[in-house]
Design a protein around this ligand. Structure first.
Ligand code: UD1
Length: 342
């Protein structure tokens, strides 16, 4: 059992990870500023697991507040850092905001950890930092070439983590992991927690769900002329519960191991096109979902698929849930919670 601080634990990936961590017996203090999430997610996590967690409203950029969290809750064995902004389009319009929240927030957190002798951190990174890859599947050794401020901010935090790890021989006791997520989708199978995007969803799965619900009239498939088997974009979708399990085993691996910096892809290794994802969703819903093929979305790439071999070798972790389960669980959540957390 470990005592853990979870930043951004009321969000989509954070809340699912809290379920897995509580079920594994860990004790959690969650902080969140509720900018893009709500406390109800944590209450539902408690109901699902039959366990309690401590929830506080706090912003990771607020150093005195973070120090107070560390002071009041005693020693933490480790931190999982989800808190941050993640909308690519917004990051292009508001780059300073993204550098402030994602980079300054991570720096403030690392400083508070160092001041309180906590040197184990799992950081939410993203496959977005590979940009337009030279080839697929993408290994962790591929060049880092982010193409937007959101990706730049993730790359900067990875760089900062490396500097911290190398600041003293033998990492001076730091145990750090940067987890590069591919495309997280789906929801907890209970339908109690899931993704609740505000406004018009940017991402494919929430958009398909809303069209299937009749909230939107049709899906725009961005590009039918990509150099892929069916002409639509190919991604590596990962069920959020597999991703959550990946965080739990990474954290436990760090706590059991030597000081180190671990950089891992978390993906399935399978490519799925937009049209294949749509067909899988239609099978779950039991009817066709209106769509039309339109121009490519600026900034998109043809294909990103993970090479998940390092995570399998180091952690013994691999994805277990199928595309059909991603669609079924996402649809179940959407039907039960048409207004998200209300
Ligand atoms: C996007 C972000 C990425 C972020 C990830 C989180 C961009 C350029 N990248 O990835 O940084 O980490 O979300 O999950 O925004 N699509 C449609 N119609 C839609 C929406 C999407 O055809 O209405 C297509 C896209 O062109 C793409 C695929 O669906 O081929 C997946 O898109 P999306 O879910 O937005 O994820 P990414 O663009 O891969």
């Amino acid at each position: 059992m470990a005592r853990l601080l979870i930043t951004g634990g009321a969000g989509f990936i954070g809340s699912h990870t809290c379920v897995v961590l509580l079920q594994a017996g860990h004790e959690l203090v969650v902080i969140d500023n509720f900018h893009n999430s709500c406390p109800e997610a944590c209450r539902r996590v408690e109901r699902l697991t039959g366990r309690t967690l401590v929830l506080e409203q706090a912003d990771v950029r607020d150093g005195p507040r973070l120090n107070s969290v560390f002071d009041r809750h005693g020693r933490f064995d480790g931190v999982i850092h989800f808190a941050g902004l993640k909308a690519v389009g917004e990051s292009v319009k508001e780059p300073l905001l993204y550098w402030h929240v994602n980079v300054c927030g991570s720096r403030t957190l690392l400083q508070a950890m160092a001041a309180h002798g906590c040197r184990t951190l799992v950081f939410s990174s993203s496959a977005t930092l590979y940009g337009n890859p030279d080839s697929n599947p993408i290994a962790e050794t591929a060049p880092i070439r982010p193409v937007n401020p959101y990706g730049q901010s993730k790359a900067a935090v990875e760089r900062m983590s490396r500097d911290v790890a190398e600041s003293q021989p033998g990492c001076k006791g730091w145990r750090l992991a940067c987890l590069r997520y591919f495309n997280p989708v789906g929801a907890h199978p209970s339908g109690e927690i899931g993704e609740a995007p505000q406004g018009i969803p940017d991402n494919l799965f929430p958009f398909i769900s809303q069209v299937a619900m009749g909230e939107r009239s049709s899906l725009d498939v961005f590009g039918g002329d990509w150099p892929t088997p069916d002409g639509s974009g190919v991604r590596d979708y990962i069920h959020v519960m597999d991703l959550a399990a990946g965080h739990c085993v990474t954290l436990e691996h760090l706590l059991d191991g030597q000081p180190q910096l671990l950089t891992l892809n978390l993906g399935s290794g399978c490519g799925t096109s937009v049209l294949q994802a749509l067909a899988a969703f239609e099978r779950v819903v039991g009817r066709s979902i209106p769509h039309r093929i339109v121009a490519r979305r600026p900034g998109d790439v043809a294909m990103t698929v993970a090479d998940p071999g390092r995570a399998a070798a180091v952690l013994g972790w691999q994805t277990e849930r199928t595309l059909a389960e991603m669609c079924a669980d996402g649809w179940h959540w959407q039907q039960r919670n048409p207004l998200g957390f209300g």
